[in-house]
Design a protein around this ligand. Structure first.
Ligand code: 13P
Length: 259
Protein backbone atom coordinates (compact mmCIF):
# COMPACT_ATOMS: atom_id res chain seq x y z
CA UNK A 1 0.00 0.00 0.00
CA UNK A 2 1.38 3.45 -0.84
CA UNK A 3 2.39 5.58 2.12
CA UNK A 4 0.40 8.81 2.54
CA UNK A 5 2.82 11.74 2.62
CA UNK A 6 3.10 13.77 5.79
CA UNK A 7 4.49 17.28 6.26
CA UNK A 8 5.00 19.02 9.58
CA UNK A 9 5.77 22.62 10.39
CA UNK A 10 7.94 23.00 13.47
CA UNK A 11 7.64 26.57 14.68
CA UNK A 12 10.13 25.86 17.46
CA UNK A 13 10.28 28.88 19.82
CA UNK A 14 8.51 31.24 17.38
CA UNK A 15 6.85 33.68 16.89
CA UNK A 16 7.89 36.24 19.50
CA UNK A 17 4.43 37.80 19.74
CA UNK A 18 1.00 36.20 20.06
CA UNK A 19 -0.38 38.81 17.68
CA UNK A 20 1.63 37.20 14.87
CA UNK A 21 -0.11 33.83 15.24
CA UNK A 22 -3.22 34.59 13.18
CA UNK A 23 -1.18 35.53 10.17
CA UNK A 24 1.00 32.43 10.53
CA UNK A 25 -2.07 30.23 10.89
CA UNK A 26 -3.56 31.78 7.75
CA UNK A 27 -0.68 30.27 5.74
CA UNK A 28 -2.34 26.92 6.45
CA UNK A 29 -5.86 27.91 5.25
CA UNK A 30 -7.85 25.38 3.28
CA UNK A 31 -7.70 27.42 0.06
CA UNK A 32 -3.93 27.24 0.33
CA UNK A 33 -3.22 23.73 1.61
CA UNK A 34 -4.88 20.57 0.35
CA UNK A 35 -4.76 18.01 3.14
CA UNK A 36 -6.65 15.35 1.20
CA UNK A 37 -3.47 13.82 -0.18
CA UNK A 38 -1.05 14.71 2.60
CA UNK A 39 -1.21 14.65 6.38
CA UNK A 40 -0.20 18.02 7.82
CA UNK A 41 0.73 18.94 11.38
CA UNK A 42 2.06 22.05 13.07
CA UNK A 43 4.17 22.24 16.23
CA UNK A 44 3.54 25.63 17.87
CA UNK A 45 5.64 26.63 20.85
CA UNK A 46 4.22 25.23 24.11
CA UNK A 47 2.88 28.64 25.13
CA UNK A 48 0.95 28.94 21.87
CA UNK A 49 -0.55 25.44 21.65
CA UNK A 50 -3.75 26.41 23.43
CA UNK A 51 -4.26 29.50 21.28
CA UNK A 52 -3.77 27.47 18.10
CA UNK A 53 -6.20 24.68 19.00
CA UNK A 54 -9.28 24.84 16.79
CA UNK A 55 -7.83 27.60 14.60
CA UNK A 56 -6.40 25.41 11.85
CA UNK A 57 -8.51 23.94 9.11
CA UNK A 58 -9.66 20.42 9.62
CA UNK A 59 -6.85 17.98 9.05
CA UNK A 60 -3.98 20.15 10.28
CA UNK A 61 -2.99 18.60 13.57
CA UNK A 62 -1.63 20.74 16.40
CA UNK A 63 1.34 18.74 17.67
CA UNK A 64 3.27 19.73 20.81
CA UNK A 65 7.07 19.69 20.54
CA UNK A 66 7.59 17.53 23.64
CA UNK A 67 5.86 15.81 26.55
CA UNK A 68 6.94 14.61 29.95
CA UNK A 69 7.61 10.99 30.83
CA UNK A 70 4.77 10.14 33.14
CA UNK A 71 1.69 12.26 33.36
CA UNK A 72 0.20 14.94 35.58
CA UNK A 73 1.51 15.76 39.01
CA UNK A 74 4.46 17.52 40.58
CA UNK A 75 6.48 18.07 37.40
CA UNK A 76 7.14 21.79 37.20
CA UNK A 77 7.45 23.16 33.68
CA UNK A 78 6.33 19.94 32.02
CA UNK A 79 3.46 18.96 29.71
CA UNK A 80 1.52 15.75 30.20
CA UNK A 81 -0.08 13.66 27.48
CA UNK A 82 -3.27 13.50 29.58
CA UNK A 83 -3.54 17.30 29.30
CA UNK A 84 -3.01 17.06 25.54
CA UNK A 85 -5.71 14.40 25.19
CA UNK A 86 -8.09 16.56 27.15
CA UNK A 87 -7.45 19.41 24.71
CA UNK A 88 -8.19 17.20 21.70
CA UNK A 89 -4.56 16.78 20.69
CA UNK A 90 -3.78 13.49 18.94
CA UNK A 91 -0.11 13.78 18.05
CA UNK A 92 3.16 14.64 19.86
CA UNK A 93 6.65 15.24 18.51
CA UNK A 94 9.66 14.04 20.52
CA UNK A 95 13.40 13.55 20.07
CA UNK A 96 14.22 16.73 18.17
CA UNK A 97 17.99 17.24 18.10
CA UNK A 98 17.52 20.65 19.72
CA UNK A 99 16.23 18.74 22.74
CA UNK A 100 18.80 15.96 22.45
CA UNK A 101 21.51 18.51 23.24
CA UNK A 102 22.52 20.06 19.95
CA UNK A 103 22.86 23.75 19.21
CA UNK A 104 24.37 24.61 22.53
CA UNK A 105 21.30 23.66 24.52
CA UNK A 106 21.52 21.14 27.30
CA UNK A 107 20.44 17.56 26.62
CA UNK A 108 16.87 17.37 27.86
CA UNK A 109 16.45 13.93 26.35
CA UNK A 110 18.44 10.75 25.82
CA UNK A 111 17.61 7.63 23.81
CA UNK A 112 16.43 6.14 27.10
CA UNK A 113 14.09 8.98 28.14
CA UNK A 114 12.72 9.08 24.60
CA UNK A 115 11.86 5.38 24.72
CA UNK A 116 10.01 6.01 28.01
CA UNK A 117 8.18 8.94 26.45
CA UNK A 118 7.20 7.01 23.34
CA UNK A 119 5.76 4.17 25.42
CA UNK A 120 3.84 6.68 27.55
CA UNK A 121 2.48 8.43 24.43
CA UNK A 122 1.37 5.23 22.75
CA UNK A 123 -0.07 3.74 25.95
CA UNK A 124 -2.07 6.95 26.36
CA UNK A 125 -3.54 6.60 22.88
CA UNK A 126 -1.70 9.42 21.09
CA UNK A 127 0.46 9.15 18.00
CA UNK A 128 4.04 10.32 17.71
CA UNK A 129 6.58 11.95 15.43
CA UNK A 130 9.93 10.53 16.54
CA UNK A 131 12.98 12.54 15.43
CA UNK A 132 16.44 11.14 14.80
CA UNK A 133 19.55 12.37 13.00
CA UNK A 134 23.32 12.53 13.05
CA UNK A 135 25.82 15.35 13.64
CA UNK A 136 28.19 16.61 10.97
CA UNK A 137 31.18 14.77 12.47
CA UNK A 138 29.32 11.49 11.94
CA UNK A 139 28.11 12.36 8.44
CA UNK A 140 31.72 13.06 7.47
CA UNK A 141 32.57 9.43 8.27
CA UNK A 142 30.09 8.14 5.65
CA UNK A 143 26.80 6.32 5.45
CA UNK A 144 27.81 3.38 7.66
CA UNK A 145 28.57 5.70 10.56
CA UNK A 146 25.37 7.63 9.89
CA UNK A 147 23.33 4.45 9.97
CA UNK A 148 25.08 3.27 13.12
CA UNK A 149 23.97 6.48 14.84
CA UNK A 150 20.41 6.27 13.49
CA UNK A 151 20.23 2.64 14.63
CA UNK A 152 21.43 3.63 18.10
CA UNK A 153 18.68 6.26 18.27
CA UNK A 154 16.04 3.73 17.14
CA UNK A 155 17.25 0.69 19.08
CA UNK A 156 15.28 1.36 22.29
CA UNK A 157 12.04 2.09 20.42
CA UNK A 158 12.17 -0.58 17.73
CA UNK A 159 9.44 -2.59 19.44
CA UNK A 160 7.11 0.42 19.30
CA UNK A 161 7.36 1.39 15.64
CA UNK A 162 3.72 0.90 14.70
CA UNK A 163 3.40 2.53 11.25
CA UNK A 164 -0.18 3.60 11.97
CA UNK A 165 0.95 5.55 15.03
CA UNK A 166 4.60 6.49 14.70
CA UNK A 167 6.28 8.61 12.03
CA UNK A 168 10.06 8.88 11.93
CA UNK A 169 11.53 12.29 11.15
CA UNK A 170 15.10 11.96 9.90
CA UNK A 171 16.75 15.32 10.49
CA UNK A 172 20.50 15.46 9.99
CA UNK A 173 21.77 17.97 12.56
CA UNK A 174 24.15 19.59 10.08
CA UNK A 175 21.30 20.57 7.80
CA UNK A 176 19.02 22.10 10.42
CA UNK A 177 18.76 25.85 10.06
CA UNK A 178 21.99 25.96 8.07
CA UNK A 179 20.63 26.24 4.54
CA UNK A 180 22.65 23.10 3.74
CA UNK A 181 20.04 20.58 2.67
CA UNK A 182 20.87 16.92 2.26
CA UNK A 183 21.07 16.22 -1.45
CA UNK A 184 18.31 13.98 -2.80
CA UNK A 185 20.95 11.22 -3.12
CA UNK A 186 22.01 11.60 0.52
CA UNK A 187 18.42 11.72 1.75
CA UNK A 188 17.37 8.71 -0.31
CA UNK A 189 20.42 6.66 0.70
CA UNK A 190 19.83 7.38 4.39
CA UNK A 191 16.06 6.86 4.33
CA UNK A 192 16.56 3.58 2.46
CA UNK A 193 19.15 2.45 5.01
CA UNK A 194 16.78 3.31 7.87
CA UNK A 195 13.99 1.35 6.18
CA UNK A 196 16.29 -1.63 5.64
CA UNK A 197 17.31 -1.54 9.30
CA UNK A 198 13.64 -1.52 10.34
CA UNK A 199 12.96 -4.45 7.98
CA UNK A 200 15.73 -6.42 9.68
CA UNK A 201 15.01 -5.40 13.28
CA UNK A 202 11.17 -5.16 13.17
CA UNK A 203 9.53 -6.64 10.09
CA UNK A 204 9.29 -6.17 6.35
CA UNK A 205 5.67 -5.00 6.77
CA UNK A 206 6.64 -2.35 9.32
CA UNK A 207 9.46 -1.12 7.10
CA UNK A 208 7.22 -0.92 4.05
CA UNK A 209 4.48 0.98 5.87
CA UNK A 210 6.28 3.35 8.23
CA UNK A 211 6.62 6.93 7.05
CA UNK A 212 10.00 8.64 7.17
CA UNK A 213 10.07 12.43 6.86
CA UNK A 214 13.13 14.41 5.90
CA UNK A 215 13.97 17.55 7.89
CA UNK A 216 16.76 20.09 7.47
CA UNK A 217 16.52 23.30 5.44
CA UNK A 218 13.62 21.90 3.43
CA UNK A 219 11.91 24.61 1.40
CA UNK A 220 9.73 25.20 -1.64
CA UNK A 221 12.75 25.09 -3.94
CA UNK A 222 14.28 21.79 -2.86
CA UNK A 223 11.04 19.98 -1.99
CA UNK A 224 10.23 18.73 -5.52
CA UNK A 225 13.58 16.93 -5.95
CA UNK A 226 13.54 15.50 -2.43
CA UNK A 227 9.91 14.44 -2.90
CA UNK A 228 10.95 12.37 -5.92
CA UNK A 229 13.04 10.11 -3.63
CA UNK A 230 11.10 6.87 -3.18
CA UNK A 231 11.89 6.56 0.53
CA UNK A 232 11.18 10.19 1.44
CA UNK A 233 7.57 10.31 2.66
CA UNK A 234 7.37 13.94 3.65
CA UNK A 235 9.11 16.78 5.43
CA UNK A 236 9.58 18.26 8.85
CA UNK A 237 10.03 21.93 8.11
CA UNK A 238 11.49 24.56 10.41
CA UNK A 239 12.19 28.01 8.96
CA UNK A 240 10.02 27.62 5.86
CA UNK A 241 7.03 26.58 7.99
CA UNK A 242 6.86 30.19 9.17
CA UNK A 243 6.48 31.39 5.59
CA UNK A 244 3.74 31.16 2.94
CA UNK A 245 5.96 28.75 0.96
CA UNK A 246 5.00 25.94 3.35
CA UNK A 247 1.98 25.27 1.12
CA UNK A 248 4.30 24.67 -1.85
CA UNK A 249 6.17 21.98 0.10
CA UNK A 250 2.87 20.20 0.81
CA UNK A 251 1.91 20.55 -2.87
CA UNK A 252 5.28 19.20 -4.04
CA UNK A 253 5.14 15.98 -2.02
CA UNK A 254 1.43 15.49 -2.77
CA UNK A 255 2.15 15.71 -6.49
CA UNK A 256 5.18 13.44 -6.32
CA UNK A 257 3.43 10.69 -4.39
CA UNK A 258 0.09 10.63 -6.17
CA UNK A 259 -0.41 7.00 -7.06
P1 13P B 1 14.96 24.07 9.29
O1 13P B 1 13.95 23.70 8.25
O2 13P B 1 14.86 25.49 9.74
O3 13P B 1 16.33 23.66 8.87
O4 13P B 1 14.61 23.21 10.60
C1 13P B 1 14.38 21.86 10.47
C2 13P B 1 13.90 21.34 11.75
O5 13P B 1 14.63 21.26 12.71
C3 13P B 1 12.49 20.96 11.84
O6 13P B 1 12.22 20.28 13.03
Amino acid sequence: MPRKPIVGGNWKCNPDKTEKLDSLISNYDSEKIDTSKCDVYVCPSPLHVSYCMGKFKEGVMVTPQNCNIKGCGAFTGEMAVEQMKDMGITNVLIGHSERRGEFGLMAYDTNETLATKLKYILDSGLNCIFCIGEKLSIREQGIEAVMKECAAQLEDVKGMLDPARVVIAYEPVWSIGTGVTASPEQAQETHKAIREWIAKECSAETAAAIRIQYGGSANAKNAPDLSACPDVDGFLVGGASLKPEFKDIVAAISAAKKA
